[in-house]
Design a protein around this ligand. Structure first.
Ligand code: ADQ
Length: 744
């Protein structure tokens, strides 16, 4: 619309310029024509009057002369006459010309000097007047001058009329033309193009041909429409043959899972049942800044994993709307289609009050359950008021889910993470036919550790409302089963890995989560990672030969301080690397309202500063801390330029950064140093596995990584990439959904 208005504005400006130029030229011509006509007529009049005036002048008949000038004043356009003697002193003057007339004497004198009629236009009392002086002769000598004053005001009136008429015409023309342009562009160009874009988008998103809009029948675009129809048809054909191929591959579990294969698989096993994903964190957060709304994807392992799955299965994702622009983007049902650039599924937002967010999210989830489940030596804080808000918020999510699934026969509801532990029971109570899964993204501690939670029984009971409970590792499953055995009256079948409570059975199973590789790792077209990497190092003034990287939320479980300590020991022990090794720590601010996290961020800053100040020399420092959220492309750029990646979590469910680093290295270079306390260490055995509490060991691992031969690096990275390719997030969700579909 903006472009349309600009186009109309430009057209109006061009027309205005043309009309103004044309009018100016027309006015000038008309002015010249009228002036020369007046000059000519004045000359004729002067010549004829001279014959009458000359004899009287020679006879010096003052009375006759005065009579003559009085006779000719105010006649039509003639204002009056003046007669001058040879010294240009008036001898007789019309009463209308008695006042001092500018230039009159000069014009009379010029006419006498040159012995020919001379004239000029002057302004008299705001009136345009033409003065023409003709010499009077006695025989051959010039004895005086006769001056005629003609009213020339009608010339200005005529010019003004021309301008007025043309400007009115311009206004009418511009209005009609703008209207015509708007109508033409809107209906002849914009509407058909919009229709074509929509039909292409529809084809690209894989919509059924029969459901697509009829392409425009605009005559103007017919050749283009024909071409696009052909492209759509080819796309449809390619898609159905790919889909056929994917179907054929469904049973061949050795071929890698892709988004398309998952889509086919879901169609095949769910047979039209919709998938409802539920999580605290939303995949797209809309931010209002000034008058502008933008969006970003938060730094979250859960979002990294689930987002590509939702893109493939096109269901509904229910999550807390945490952005200050979120409410502006939803419809009346609090839904918005995402990804915003290319909508594929529905995001339904749940709203929480400040009090709920504080108690449920900051308090019970992040200060209670998070440290409880991570053995990272941080004491959990359990407050009754936080627990109350946790229950209220869980009920809100449950209500939102119920409003979506109430008319569905056997909906599949997949709940994510520890924020929503009570949800399975709440949903099951209202909708028993729903098949409910809960995936726990963080570790499950041993029964002893979990037992300190004051509401352990309620939490376990809430979770056991699910038909399937998923964890990253078998160890976490075992810990959970043991915890339930200790805390709740139930029937445990270790062989089947089930827990029955009342007449409901929950399956406990491990599903090691992963990333969207290879599908999600093509990178942006036209994005030159190598050039961007060089630019980034340049901007950061990093000139070191070796680069290490760490990418984490600023969370005390990620072992960032332990990592910095290891770097300090490494440089002390191997001083040859001073000035040659820089470690880039990409740290996304996280849970910033929680006191522990604020303190931790401060500690990280201070520790980086401390290590830097003891080593820095000649503009080099060992640690560069980039404390902000980075885009997917920025994170990829840093992965690709780093010789090693340090993942030193003190305890981590899986840790996707480890997998992302390996996936990003399509050059088959780089070394992953991985904490033994991550779920990922069970799969990525070709990483250098370390105990993050043992800084000496991590320091040695850094050296080993930097001195590893390229051949060895390639071998390890290649093997790990193969593992991630075969165990990607599409496979993870296929297995999870297949298990759920088999449960009801
Ligand atoms: P997280 O604790 O969030 O996940 P992780 O699995 O490493 O941890 O995922 C972090 C994600 O955030 C990655 O995709 C990473 O690229 C991104 N990220 C980190 N820092 C960033 C930054 N500065 N800018 C932009 N993006 C950044 C939880 C559990 C994990 C589990 C996942 C998935 O704690 O153990 O692996 O869920 O189940």
């Amino acid at each position: 619309m903006k472009q349309l208005l600009i186009a109309v504005f430009l057209i109006v400006v061009i027309i205005t310029l043309i009309v103004v130029a044309f009018t100016a030229s027309q006015a000038l011509n008309e002015e010249q024509r009228l002036e020369s006509d007046l000059q000519y007529r004045s000359k004729l009049l002067a010549d004829s009057l001279k014959e009458t005036v000359e004899p009287q002048f020679i006879n010096k008949s003052q009375y006759q002369l005065q009579y003559l000038v009085s006779k000719f004043e105010d006649k039509e356009r003639l204002v009056g006459l003046n007669i001058y003697d040879n010294k240009a002193i008036p001898v007789a003057t019309s009463s209308s010309l008695t006042s001092e007339i500018p230039k009159a004497k000069q014009i009379a004198a010029d006419a006498m000097d040159q012995d020919q009629a001379t004239g000029d236009f002057i302004n008299l009392n705001n009136k345009k007047i033409y003065l023409l002086a003709a010499p009077l002769h006695d025989k051959d000598s010039v004895v005086g001058a006769l001056m005629i004053a003609q009213n020339a005001g009608y010339i200005d009136t005529r010019i003004a009329e021309i301008w007025k008429n043309n400007l009115v015409r311009l206004f009418v023309q511009a209005s009609l033309l703008s209207l015509a342009t708007l109508v033409l562009i809107r209906w002849l160009i914009y509407a058909p193009i919009k229709n074509l874009v929509e039909s292409l988008k529809f084809a690209r998103s894989g919509g059924e041909e029969s459901n697509s809009k009829k392409p425009t029948n605009s005559l103007f675009f017919r050749p283009l429409v024909n071409e696009i129809t052909n492209i759509r048809r080819s796309l449809q054909e390619a898609r159905s043959s790919a889909s056929e191929e994917a179907k054929l591959r469904l049973e061949k579990l050795d071929s890698p899972w892709t988004s398309l294969r998952l889509k086919e698989f879901i169609k095949d096993i769910l047979k039209g049942r919709t998938v409802y994903m539920v999580s605290n964190r939303e995949p797209y957060i809309h931010i209002k800044n000034g008058g502008k709304i933008s969006f970003y994807t938060p730094a979250s392992g859960m979002v990294t994993a689930i987002e590509p799955v939702m893109q493939a299965c096109e269901g509904t994702w229910i999550a807390y709307g945490s952005g200050n622009g979120d409410k502006l983007m939803v419809n009346r049902k609090n839904q918005v289609k995402v990804p915003p650039d290319e909508p594929k599924y529905t995001l339904k937002r749940v709203w929480l009050t400040e009090e709920e967010e504080k108690g449920y999210y900051d308090g019970f989830s992040n200060e209670g359950l998070w440290p409880l489940c991570h053995i990272a030596h941080n004491r959990p804080i359990f407050r009754k008021e936080d627990w109350d808000q946790y229950q209220i918020a869980n009920q809100k999510f449950a209500d939102a889910v119920i409003s979506e699934i109430k008319n569905q026969e056997r909906p599949i509801v997949l709940i994510q993470d520890f924020h929503l532990a009570l949800l399975p029971r709440m949903i099951k109570a209202q909708k028993p036919s729903a098949v409910i899964g809960l995936f726990w993204h963080i570790p499950w501690p041993n029964a002893e550790s979990f037992s300190i939670c004051p509401w352990k029984k309620e939490i376990l009971d809430g979770m056991l409302g699910a038909d399937l409970l998923g964890f990253h590792t078998q160890l976490h499953c075992n810990n959970f089963i043991e915890t339930v055995g200790r805390e709740i009256e139930s029937l445990i079948d270790l062989e089947q890995s089930t827990i029955s409570k009342g007449n409901h059975t929950s399956y406990i199973k491990s599903f090691p989560i992963s990333i969207a590789f290879p599908n999600g790792y093509h990178g942006l077209k036209n994005y030159d990672y190598s050039a961007e990497g060089k630019k980034l190092l340049n901007n950061l003034k990093i000139r070191s030969q070796f680069i290490g990287v760490g990418v984490d939320r600023l969370d005390y479980t990620k072992g960032i301080l332990e990592r910095f300590k290891a770097i300090e020991i490494f440089l002390d022990k191997y001083p040859l690397y001073k000035g040659k090794f820089t470690f880039i720590q990409v740290a996304a601010p996280s849970r910033t309202k929680v006191k522990k996290y604020k303190e931790f961020a401060e500690e990280v800053r201070k520790e980086a500063e401390r290590v830097n100040s003891s080593f820095k020399e000649n503009g080099w420092k060992p640690i560069v801390l980039l404390e902000r959220h980075h885009s997917h492309e920025e994170v990829q750029t840093i992965y690709k330029l780093a010789d090693l990646c340090l993942v030193t979590s003190l305890h981590d469910g899986m840790n996707l950064v480890a997998k992302e680093y390996v996936a990003a290295r399509d050059d088959e270079k780089g070394v992953l140093i991985l904490s033994q306390y991550t779920g990922a260490s069970r799969e990525l055995k070709d990483a250098i596995i370390v105990n993050p509490y043992n800084a000496e060991q991590t320091a040695n691992a850094i050296r080993e990584a930097l001195e590893m031969t390229p051949k060895e690096q390639t071998k390890r990275i290649r093997d790990m990439r193969e593992i991630i390719k075969n165990n990607n997030v599409y496979r993870w969700s296929a297995q999870l959904l297949k298990t759920m579909a088999g449960l009801g």
